[in-house]
Design a protein around this ligand. Structure first.
Ligand code: FAD
Length: 604
């Protein structure tokens, strides 16, 4: 049998991968093969019923569930970084929260690359291009949804809408938070999220079902003859042509993958696009011989191109919580406490798409430094970080001088934004029920109000690298959480802010005592110690194939091309050089849309 050859081969049919594949195959003359390790899970209730979010990550078939190496700063704990393993990638198991980050943070990508096309005003058209938004109806508007038509798209493919019901805590929390000085957001997608509001969701508002990347970019187009999707197929490596490109660059000629442990190959005539996610994409590149030669040799892979920063500059958001008992009767807890009630609610979803499973209402906001620290505390933290800037940049760069410069540049920019109160370090959102580290069976069987507090702008940087030439062996993922002291101070500050919110009027009217961290965790040191034992990954990992100049230790250039290759690009969360303060899905779709345009050589 002859090997099939496609114009483009996309490695990973996830959020960005399906976006790129869809847009390229709009041209009937272009053929694209997508190779995806997972299966098409769109017909699973755990996937399409919004209220079942969280179930996906308990299904090993849908989740890579990457284990970190023991985290030195978190009591040596091994944490799980979840990532979707299905057609649609992480959008199949995520929480469907769909806001955007702060303009200034996207602008940093342009600043690091001296390229204004990677800044907010130039990227906004790609955010809009990806979405088909259903504006809020009268009920949603009366319930507090605020909406700016000018920042949304209405002819894209990802269905975006708002919840069709709200828990009592949502409005109480928003009023409490506004009372603490947070402005009311005109729209959480407007690039200015230092505010509170109701988040949009990646949901089909017509029938209250999840809209994953598969729902948006694949299912309606599965009949395209020029789009071939191969599922249950794990890519093991890129194949290189014997001849090299003009500057002795590597030329990809195909992709090798495993189906039921049998090796298969496809050929590629134009380009390979790596879209296997922040942990999957560097893994494939390293298995293909591109990376830090010392690390590759130790894993048993023969190096073909020494690109030592592959897998480095890894950053992740870090999750924590404060929660209280509440004296209201309807919270999400009731679904766990009362199985008969849960069954009724699920039946309502099937009957007419209503009930508590029909939406994931989320009121949220992004805190500014001034919400977390007083001005003296902040000045001291910034001054200390500036004084130690070179030390930490060297620490985080794994011995690579160019990357040390890149990380130093990132820290310098971040600290400059902190001084202007513009680096937004924390997401705070209200959970209308229990959210925290204690299992259902181990906590009091009561109703809760929880505040999720996420470190969204970490200065810490880690890495992910293969440890074996076997493509089925997971890489060693080391996010190096909390390796910068600034991150610890922010996360401790986040718990104090969350606690303040729980007892601020009018949320105080439903407060029935703190559960976690617990009143005995009084001082900053107490909170820090508790957090070390409980914080979790927010599954927002980025940066392992960073878009930065080579002089800064980047792996891809601003056309997303991997340095030293003629025809391999990356398009997924791995290219984000500087993490942004938002859930990442909308940002990754934007990257996919932008990547497709770059590949096609057209403007927005
Ligand atoms: C549990 C969870 C909750 C989240 N909640 C939210 C949220 O509410 N809102 C939000 O905005 N963001 C959320 N996120 C983050 C967001 O969904 C991701 O950042 C984003 O979808 C990542 O897109 P990606 O294209 O980089 O990777 P993915 O979408 O993960 O796609 C990578 C794809 O590559 C495949 N793959 C990997 N390795 C191989 C290989 N060797 N061969 C073949 N295929 C391979 C994977 O199976 C996957 O399908 C969440 C993430 C998770 C995991």
């Amino acid at each position: 049998l002859s090997t099939p050859v496609y114009d483009y081969v996309v490695v990973g049919g996830g959020t960005a991968g399906l976006t790129v594949a869809n847009r390229l195959t709009e041209d009937k003359n272009i053929s694209v093969a997508v190779i995806e390790a997972g299966f098409n899970a769109e017909d699973l209730p755990e996937v399409f019923i919004p209220g079942l979010i969280g179930t996906g990550i308990s299904m090993t078939t849908l989740d890579w569930a990457y284990a970190t190496v023991p985290q030195e700063n978190l009591n040596g704990r091994t944490l799980t970084v979840n990532a979707g393993k299905a057609l649609g990638g992480s959008t199949v198991i995520n929480s469907m929260i769909f806001p955007r980050a702060e303009k200034q943070q996207y602008d940093v990508w342009g600043q690091l690359n001296n390229d204004s096309t990677w800044t907010w005003p130039e990227l906004l058209p790609f955010f809009k291009k990806s979405e088909i938004c259903t504006p809020p109806n009268a009920f949603q508007t009366t319930s507090g949804v605020r909406f700016l038509e000018s920042v949304h798209g209405f002819s894209g493919l990802v269905k975006v809408g708002f919840p069709n019901f709200f828990f009592q805590q949502s409005a109480l929390w928003r009023r409490a938070t506004e009372g603490l000085g947070f402005p009311a957001s005109p729209d959480l997608a407007d690039g200015d999220p230092h505010a509170v509001g109701i988040a949009p969701n990646s949901i089909d508002a017509a029938n209250n079902t999840r809209c994953s990347a598969a729902c948006a970019y694949y299912t309606p187009f599965s009949g395209r003859e020029n789009l071939v999707v191969i599922t249950n197929a794990t890519v093991s490596r890129i194949l290189w042509a014997n001849s090299s490109g003009p500057n002795s660059e590597l030329v990809a000629s195909g992709v090798e993958f495993l189906v039921n442990n049998r090796t298969q190959t496809v050929g590629v005539s134009r380009e390979v696009i790596l879209s296997a996610g922040t942990i999957g994409s560097p893994k494939v590149l390293e298995l293909s011989g591109v990376g830090n030669s010392t690390i590759l040799r130790a894993a048993g892979v023969t190096p073909v191109l020494n690109l030592p920063t592959v897998g480095e500059n890894f950053a992740d958001h870090v999750h924590s919580w404060a929660n209280s008992f509440t004296n209201i009767t309807l919270t999400k807890d009731v679904l766990l406490l009362n199985p008969a009630f849960a069954a009724e609610q699920e039946a309502l979803w099937f009957k007419n798409r209503t009930g508590l499973y029909s939406a994931v209402p989320r009121s949220m906001g992004i805190a500014a430094p001034s919400d977390v620290f007083d001005s003296d505390e902040l000045s001291t933290l910034i001054a200390r970080a500036e004084a130690n800037l070179t030390y930490f940049a060297n620490q985080f760069s794994n011995g690579n001088p160019a990357l040390a410069k890149g990380i130093a540049a990132q820290h310098e920019i971040a600290l400059g934004l902190y001084r202007k109160n513009q680096e937004l370090p924390l997401e705070i959102n209200v959970e209308p029920g229990y959210s925290g580290p204690t299992a259902f069976s181990a906590r009091p069987a009561r109703n809760y109000t929880s505040i999720n507090s996420m470190l969204d702008a970490p200065l810490s940087r880690g890495r992910t690298h293969i440890v074996s030439s076997d493509p089925l062996i997971p890489p060693a993922v080391d996010p190096a959480y909390w390796s910068h002291p600034f991150d610890i101070a922010v996360q401790v500050g986040g718990i104090k802010l969350a606690r303040k919110m729980l007892v601020a009027p009018p949320l105080d009217s439903i407060y029935a005592g703190e559960f976690e961290p617990g009143v005995d965790k009084d001082t900053d040191a107490d909170i820090e110690e508790w957090l070390r034992g409980v914080v979790a990954s927010d599954n927002h990992e980025v940066g392992s194939l960073s878009m930065m100049p080579q002089s800064f230790g980047g792996v891809v250039d601003t056309s997303l091309k991997v340095y030293g290759t003629t025809n391999v690009r990356a398009a997924d969360a791995s290219i984000i050089p500087f993490t942004v303060s938002a859930h990442l899905e909308s940002t990754v779709y934007m990257i996919g849309e932008r990547a497709a345009n770059i590949i096609r050589g057209v403007q927005a």
